[in-house]
Structures are given as structure tokens and as C-alpha cells.
Design a protein around this ligand. Structure first.
Ligand SMILES: [Zn+2]
Length: 329
């Protein structure tokens, strides 16, 4: 799907004649059998673009070869764009816009600041956030598995803070490439975003995808990156957080074994740990989560991104980034 976006305002005239096009490619990511009544992914029209909660939009801004920095802002989240080189075509900039699983349905502005030296202008696009029909899970569990005691609650709070601090330090380099790898090929449970009612009380929605696999199965990094932090936490168990740059993180929880250390450089497909059931898990599985500039998105959205080999390589840009078996997370 290719659509020409209209430039709704430009502050400076130097780029007035510049042709701006944006291609927004929606990736539809949910198994059909689970959401048979889900309508087809909404499509962009007349400069308005849309995606469902938990989806990833690829936004392309073309005709800005002279730009030195391109950053988007969507729902107060900063989306760093990076330069795309495509042989035989003009260079453009690409941004991955994550729609958080809990972004309220509605229409919001994606403002894109284009800087060229001292000059700047802003492009404005509308993005319609459509509601996803997440499943509702009713779970009945032993009380101690659900409610933390005082000591557990304090530990959980400290762990949250530890992760927050580690992830505040985004790599400013784009480390990932277009070849995303499924960390474990197992049974997807399709419960990303599921609304969880535990022992009758609503809890946080499930912020990743659980993949059922035998204990000890290899877990691969989904893409190139830096291991930002490895943990052994109350809910996530043994976990690895990989920083892929420009605000994109992937995380792997409930591991039985971690095979990397903080600060290690990893390649797509590199084995970083083994499937386990550490933390609050009901059985061996991998909890795979992805954060994209603060938005919790369905990790499988990455595998379905319409990014072709060759179009995204060598495109590191120094841009500040601002920004079955199941578990009980
Ligand atoms: Zn999970």
C-alpha cells in the first residue's frame, strides 16, 4: 500500500517544493483463528493513517536528502527517524511508530520535525488508533502467586526502578537490520495484550507474547543489539533486555539459563539463553516482549514488517533517542 501524504504545514519555504511522500505500511499481526471477527487492518486515506493497538507502522519520509535530523512525536513519545539508502532511488527517512497496546482509540497527530542545519520545518500527519479486540483471560491462581506480600512488593518496586534506569540509556545508534528472527519457534499463545482477570480482579494486561517450548530450548536474539541488562526478577524470572538502538528494546523472560552478560554485543539469531519457567510462570515458555519508543507492541509485528533486505542496511544515524504455558506478568 503506498499513499502520498500531504504536507499540512511548513514553517520555512526552503523545502516548499520538496515532494514529501510517506508510505505507511501496516502490519497485521494476529493469528486469524483467535480474532476471526477482527476486520481487515484499517488503511490510510487522504493523509490519515491508522493501525490497531499493539501494531507497528513504518513511516517513510522521502525527498529530504538534505535533512540532518528527522524526529517524530506521537502521543508525547519521540520517534527517531533514520536514513534509508535504496539503490537507484532517492534517500528517505524511516521511522517505526509503535502503537501502545493501551493507547486510547482515536485520532492523534504524528508531528515530524525535519532539520537541515539551522533550518527546520514540521510535517503533520493524522494517525487513527483503532481498537484491537484483545482476549480476556480469567485466571484462578493460588493467592500467593497473585498478591505480593510487603517484602515482595518492595522488591518488585526496586526491580521496576532498576529496569527503568537501565532502559533510560538508549543506544543512539541504530543497531538492528531488516532481518528479524523469531527467538523460539514454538506455539504462539496469541495472548499479547490480553486483559487479565486474576481471582476476579483485573490486572495489568499481558505486555508480550508467550511462546510455549520445552525446557532448555535455545532462545535467540531477534536482531543485532547490545545486552543492556540481565536480571533475575520476581515476575520475569531470569531475563535479558536487548537494546537495538533508537528506542527499540526486546526482552526475553522466564529463562532457565542466561548465556550473555550486560554490555555484550549480540547478533540476530545468536543464542542468548534457554527456555525455562523462572519467575512467575506456570510452565516452561518464553515471554517475548518489545518496546518501541516506550510503546508496548506485539513482538510478532517485527517479523511481519515490510522491510526488504538491502533497503535498510548501513543506515545508522546519530539521532538522540528521547525517549498454553503462560505467565503471570
Ligand atoms: Zn508472558
Amino acid at each position: 500500500m503506498m499513499t502520498v501524504l500531504k504536507q499540512t504545514h511548513a514553517r520555512i519555504s526552503w523545502l516548499d517544493q520538496t515532494l514529501i511522500t510517506a508510505v505507511v505500511l501496516l502490519s497485521s499481526i494476529f493469528p486469524v483463528e483467535l480474532f476471526s471477527n477482527t476486520p481487515p487492518a484499517p488503511k490510510g486515506f487522504d493523509g490519515q493513517y491508522s493501525g490497531k493497538q499493539g501494531q507497528v507502522l513504518v513511516v517513510k519520509v522521502r525527498g529530504e536528502e538534505q535533512a540532518t535530523e528527522v524526529n517524530g512525536t506521537f502521543l508525547k513519545r519521540t520517534i527517531p527517524f533514520f536514513r534509508e539508502f535504496r539503490p537507484g532511488e532517492s534517500d528517505g527517512y524511516i521511522g517505526l511508530l509503535g502503537i501502545d497496546m493501551q493507547d486510547e482509540p482515536g485520532t492523534y497527530e504524528l508531528a515530524v520535525d525535519v532539520k537541515q542545519g539551522e533550518q527546520a520545518k514540521q510535517l503533520s500527519f493524522n494517525v487513527l488508533v483503532a481498537k484491537e479486540k484483545f482476549i480476556v483471560e480469567h485466571l484462578t491462581l493460588p493467592k500467593e502467586k497473585v498478591d505480593l506480600d510487603e517484602k515482595g512488593a518492595a522488591r518488585w518496586k526496586a526491580e521496576q526502578e532498576q529496569v527503568k534506569q537501565a532502559l533510560a540509556e538508549n543506544s543512539r545508534l541504530k543497531l538492528w537490520r531488516s532481518n528479524f528472527v523469531e527467538p523460539v519457534s514454538g506455539k504462539r499463545t496469541g495472548i499479547f495484550g490480553s486483559v487479565r482477570i486474576m481471582n476476579g480482579k483485573p490486572r495489568n494486561p499481558h505486555n508480550g507474547e508467550d511462546i510455549g517450548a520445552p525446557m532448555g530450548t535455545d532462545v535467540a536474539a531477534t536482531n543485532d543489539g547490545i545486552v543492556r541488562i540481565t536480571v533475575d526478577h520476581i515476575f520475569s524470572g531470569k531475563g535479558v533486555f536487548v537494546d537495538h538502538g533508537l528506542g527499540f528494546y526486546s526482552m526475553y523472560f522466564h529463562l532457565s539459563e542466561i548465556l550473555v552478560n550486560d554490555g555484550d554485543l549480540v547478533k540476530a539469531g545468536q543464542i542468548i539463553g534457554k527456555v525455562g519457567a523462572t519467575g512467575r510462570a506456570t510452565g516452561p515458555h518464553l515471554h517475548w516482549g518489545v518496546k518501541l519508543n516506550g510503546a508496548r507492541v506485539n513482538p510478532y509485528a517485527l517479523l511481519d514488517l515490510p522491510l526488504k533486505n538491502g533497503s535498510m542496511t548501513g543506515s545508522a544515524v546519530l539521532t538522540p533517542a528521547v525517549g498454553s504455558a503462560s505467565d503471570l506478568r
